[in-house]
Design a protein around this ligand. Structure first.
Ligand code: DGY
Length: 318
């Protein structure tokens, strides 16, 4: 008899095939978010659970989780949807998927930088809505990226990959991180040991820090006031790092030229004002959404579960 694996969302084909070879899969028919109770119901008598970004894996979940489930692997590197303290208290191991979504996420950060700078949302809307009248010298003029200053908050793997790409645009790169990196990981970027020192240097600012009690709401009016007038912010990290009301006010006042956002507080129910602003370039949390990366994430999540079921060390735990 195969061990029973609860899977909360539809998996990429290659991942689903591999999972089915080793496990008796218990899942839903569709692909909508499941409630805590629906996930718990699936977990009765199961051996492991494979959950996703946004699933409510909170303290109440762990209180009710059947004792048979001793590992919860998330199909993500981020674990802000999981109450890690409650998992520890219950003795449940949490697996995640670091290291495999670096390039895909850095590419999306660059899509946001270029999309926000070059007014891609407005341009695409004109073509789609047939409101494009003609070529004209002043039509949808944006901001040049080449030669500008890019600030990176959080110089982990993804921040470094964004910096590496920025060199191709001849940008001057600056970063803030808890500690300075060795020169071979800086990609020519200048280190600042405080956010206050970094922010005045940034024509563009790209966020790559996790959501923690320290970073939640970090991008507020005070933070934004330290950026040069007309700066552009992009976020591929977590939505709640930004104070939505303050960012929207800065986009309306012109303090910021534009914002590119792939992540939002309360996804998918985002702050509606973002939709009405012309100077936002918005994506639905697509940072890791390539076939190659989603397969690699799924395989890493299964590696975590396989190791646990085989009584081995789980390779990627938090
Ligand atoms: C993650 O893995 O945490 C990402 O946000 C998914 O794209």
């Amino acid at each position: 008899m195969k061990p029973v694996l609860v899977v909360t969302r539809r998996l990429p084909d290659a991942v689903a095939e591999r999972a089915a070879q080793s496990y008796d899969i218990r899942t839903q028919e569709g692909d909508d978010p499941l409630s805590r109770n629906e996930i718990l119901t699936l977990c009765h008598g199961a051996d492991a659970a494979l959950v996703s970004v946004g699933d409510p894996i909170d303290a109440a979940f762990f209180e009710e989780l059947p004792d048979s489930v001793k590992i919860v692997a998330t199909f993500s590197v981020g674990t802000d949807h999981i109450d890690l303290a409650a998992a520890k208290k219950k003795g449940v191991i949490i697996g995640n998927t670091p290291g495999v979504l670096t390039d895909a996420t850095a590419d999306i950060a660059w899509l946001l930088i270029l999309g926000a700078a070059r007014r891609a949302s407005e341009g695409e809307a004109e073509v789609r809505n047939a409101t494009w009248s003609s070529w004209r010298p002043t039509h949808l003029m944006g901001t040049q990226v080449t030669g500008k200053k890019l600030g990176i908050v959080g110089m982990g793997r993804i921040g470094q990959a964004v910096a590496k790409r920025a060199r191709g645009f001849d940008m001057e790169i600056h970063y803030y991180n808890r500690r300075q990196l060795p020169a071979d990981q800086e990609f020519g970027a200048t280190y600042h040991n405080s956010m206050d020192a970094l922010l005045p240097q940034c024509d563009f600012l790209s966020l790559h820090c996790p959501s923690t009690p320290e970073t939640r709401g970090m991008v507020n009016t005070d933070f934004i006031s330290k950026l040069p007038d007309g700066a552009i912010i992009v976020n591929t990290a977590r939505g709640d790092v930004v104070n939505d009301g303050d960012l929207i006010a800065a986009l309306k006042s012109g303090k910021l030229t534009a914002a590119g956002l792939d992540v939002f507080a309360g996804e998918p129910n985002i702050e509606p004002a973002y939709r009405d602003l012309k100077n936002t370039f918005l994506l639905p949390h697509l940072g890791s959404a390539t076939v190659e990366t989603r397969n690699a994430m799924g395989f890493r999540a299964l590696d975590n579960i396989d190791a646990f079921i085989a009584g081995k060390d789980v390779p990627f735990t938090v």
